[in-house]
Design a protein around this ligand. Structure first.
Ligand SMILES: [Ca+2]
Length: 75
């Protein structure tokens, strides 16, 4: 593990591939084609090209939402 020196344990291994916790919706990367690739990649930490979204209305009327990686277990 010498190569991992100085790297926090939480970032030394990819998170597990899991499911999206309710009420998040499972999305493939096609859903994020209009978003910056580096931003999408920063969320897709487990590298399986699947993310979870939770949409909510915003005061401006524009779409808004949260995006997380699909790392929930047991769903
Ligand atoms: Ca993922």
């Amino acid at each position: 593990m010498a190569l991992a020196l100085g790297v926090p344990a939480a970032t030394s291994a990819a998170p597990p591939v899991g499911s999206c916790p309710s009420p998040f919706v499972t999305r493939t990367l096609d859903f994020f084609e209009n978003d910056p690739p580096e931003l999408v990649a920063s969320v897709n930490k487990n590298g399986d090209d699947i993310l979870c979204t939770l949409d909510f209305p915003t005061a401006s009327g524009k779409p808004g939402g949260n995006v997380i990686d699909n790392t929930a277990a047991g769903l």
